[in-house]
Design a protein around this ligand. Structure first.
Ligand code: ACO
Length: 330
């Protein structure tokens, strides 16, 4: 019989080498190490060099995930790149496919901001559940430093660059135990990276809009309020769908946006601090990369062990949010 369960069997990550400390941020905007640490938990962020590509970062993370999974690039059926910052607006997944030499794989991009990895996980799972694909490479990668207003202290201190990836494989038992995804476009205006149009008249009566993108704009207070309210709710729903109690959860793996959000969500769910994965002090908010990056670090550090139950949740622009409950490993 065909395997239509899902196992997540390998992880990998990559970050740019250059770091921007809170101290260095003080040269850019009116801020302090103390303000950033106490309000966000962030100490530094990794920043992609000018000329560096998202595809190269994502390819490095993917190679590490593929090696841990013990498969080869030619075994991959699908490459799903979740990102809001592709090198090319037509998509960057195919560039990664070529760099990996994954000649059998179909590759495409999916955008759901900081929920991208979570939405990608559930999307990829459907292809495995229906028996269409056996091996999926799921990547979360973002280079938000390209789109930050480095004069806006309310946003520029928050974001960093990075990439994380996992290999998902068809398995006899389903280790993706439950999930729940949500969107609310009526709150879209709280967090945007909007197209900035300049109109240009081509010929009399025919005007086109030609432009670039604005820097990130955010209503931090509203996004914060939304996160601490909606994330515990969606995790509860995913746990219910998985028939798993909060006591059975080994690790709470949230999108790494703000330490205060991590603490508040854990408190509402009554999950003790030692079960909360946190690495945002070193990386800041790396958007779609944050969950797989934190997952990979915890796996390689020996914290997350085979069979551990992970409650993961992403949230961000859209607004979008979601949770997935899965067992790590084969
Ligand atoms: N340094 C010093 N002071 C600052 C800074 C800074 N970097 N940024 C803002 N301030 C000031 C403000 O101007 C304000 O001053 P005022 O009282 O004189 O007006 C004061 O600090 C308080 O500002 P608040 O915005 O109320 O600060 P708050 O405690 O809400 O923290 C923060 C702001 C960290 C942005 C918080 O709201 C937050 O984390 N929100 C969620 C953000 C988030 O997670 N976004 C990403 C989602 S993921 C995605 O999809 C991209």
């Amino acid at each position: 019989m065909q395997n239509t369960g899902i196992a997540i069997i390998g992880s990998g990550s990559a970050v740019p080498t250059a770091c921007l400390s809170n101290q260095a941020m003080m040269d850019l905007v009116d801020t302090s190490d103390e303000w950033i640490k106490t309000r966000t938990g962030i100490s530094q962020r990794h920043i992609a060099a000018a000329g560096a590509t998202l595809s190269a970062l994502a390819t490095d993370a993917s190679r590490n995930a593929i090696a841990m999974a013990g498969i080869s690039a030619s075994d991959i059926d699908l490459i799903l790149l979740t990102t809001s910052t592709p090198d090319d607006l037509f998509g960057s997944a195919c560039q990664i496919q070529a760099a990996l030499g994954a000649d059998k794989a179909v590759a495409f991009d999916l955008t759901a901001a900081c929920s991208g990895f979570l939405f990608g996980l559930v999307t990829a799972a459907q292809y495995i559940k229906t028996g269409v694909f056996q091996n999926v490479l799921l990547i979360g990668a973002d280079v938000l430093s390209r789109w930050v207003d480095w004069q806006d202290r309310g946003t520029c201190v928050l974001f960093g660059d990075g990439a994380g990836a996992v290999v998902m494989q068809a398995n006899s038992s389903d280790r993706l135990l439950g999930f729940k995804l949500k969107s609310d476009g009526s709150q879209n205006h709280y967090l945007n990276l909007s197209y900035a149009a300049d109109s240009q008249e081509l010929t009399p009566g025919v005007t086109v809009s030609k432009g670039a993108y604005q820097a990130i704009t955010m209503n931090g207070k509203e996004v914060y309020r939304f996160a601490v309210q909606s994330v515990p709710e969606v995790i509860d729903k995913a746990l219910f769908n998985a028939q798993i109690s909060t006591e059975q959860v080994d690790w709470l793996l949230l999108h790494q946006a703000n330490q205060r959000i991590l603490d508040a969500v854990a408190q509402r769910l009554d999950i003790p601090k030692h079960k909360v994965i946190s690495n945002l002090a070193q990386y800041g908010n790396t958007s779609a990369a944050s969950i797989p990056l934190a997952l990979d670090e915890a796996v390689r550090a020996g914290k997350i062990q085979n069979n551990d139950i992970i409650a993961a949740s992403g949230f961000g622009a859209g607004l979008t949010w979601g949770a997935a409950i899965f067992r790590w490993g084969r």
